[in-house]
Design a protein around this ligand. Sequence first.
Ligand code: ADP
Ligand code: MG
Length: 480
Amino acid sequence: MSASAGVLERETPVVRVEELGAQWARVRSRLQAEVGDVEYRAWLRQITLAAVDAEEVTVCLPTRFLRDWVSTHYADRLRALWQAETGDCRRIDVRVGATMLVEPELPAVERQAAVPLSEDGARPDGPARIEMRPDLPPHLAAPLEQRFSFETFVVGKPNEFAYACARRVAEMPASPAFNPLFLYGGVGLGKTHLMHAIAWELSGRAPRVSVAYMSAEKFMYLFIAAIRAQSTIEFKEQLRRVDVLMVDDLQFLIGKDNTQEEFFHTFNALIDAGKQIVISADKSPSDLSGLEDRLRTRLGCGMVADLHATTFELRISILEAKAARAGVAVPPKVLEFLAHKITSNVRELEGALNRLVAHANLFGRTVTLETAQEVLHDILKAHDRRVTIEEIQKKVAERWNVKMTDMFSARRARSVARPRQVAMYLAKQLTSRSLPEIGRKFGNRDHTTVMHAVARVDELIKRDSAFAEDVELLRRMLEG
Ligand code: ADP
Ligand code: MG
């Protein structure tokens, strides 16, 4: 679509549309990084660039509602980002329409960014002013999320070791004891976050250091593309010139023998040359069966640090930090509720909180437990599927050495009644079943019995720390 085909009368200066497209793509992806995926998808996905001149940038949204929302909530950020990108722009004009100066989805240029640097080499506070490292080909300088910094990483027992190692590498790259740094852990526990944080930190400390961060998948594609283009020698040389190489999600290379081989050589060349390597994977080097033995051995030669599953306490701290950053007051009860319900992965926890925040902003209402349950209905349901009441009953029965049938029986001796109450309590906490539903699963008991059990266990948890620990342990077992 050409600029003149739209609804806008204002004259658009002659622009290199390609360049403009790339700039716009970068502005959008930075905005996306700032506001998070959930918010971005909700409000900004359909935004198009309609016109640009030195004074004003015009963007369009398809409905009045979206226009008003974007205009009040994002216009300032858009202006600042555009200004950082191009150096000018006084105003952002948000209109209703479908005018499009450049294609909305620009492929590769999106998020194509290197390590950001400000003039004095310090990390800028505002939107990153991205400059390509002169000596680093742009395709090796993969996107860095602005928000993945050490400052925004919440440290707790499960991740303190990995965090300390990452910090150490950022401060003193390529010291032998920490080279390679191998970070591993389950999905959404902060591996990528820590890698980006290392890159940010390094770029602030030592602007001349060239850092290449990429996923193992990207490494493979680059390698294959180099083979096709008969430029493998160049590819190797480029990689061997970097000071720090980070490869994320190395497990992707399992079964990709040629790429593994190439990676192995690059790895050796860089280590031998005293360059830092940082790797992440979902398992420890020794458990990555399917990787060549010699590669696995070398991967384990430096520092291996794992990110453990989050604890309840860490999840609460993360939620508190993110709510504070979003500037929204979320009652402790709601944070606790989320931290109990969403246990597997910080990304999902974050997504849930973002959605709550967006909802609160949209309707101008405060966040309550009820709105949280309502707004997050689908997420919570998906999490519930993992734990069934039967599993809870079985685990609880095992723990207190009672028979499974005692979960349904009418026996009221304390030795069976107490475990039964704990099972009801956990059923209420870990599933989305209603009180009557839970009652039915416990030998057709009344919902008031379940209510009583929940209150009783709550009370005991407060009074008896050994009991509280027992219950917490069971919860973790069931959730894990
Ligand atoms: P991984 O690479 O291990 O799958 P990510 O690093 O992509 O996980 O983390 C997923 C999301 O959770 C990111 O948005 C990240 O910022 C967030 N996150 C994970 N751990 C933490 C933490 N300790 N503090 C703050 N945010 C975290
Ligand atoms: Mg990752």
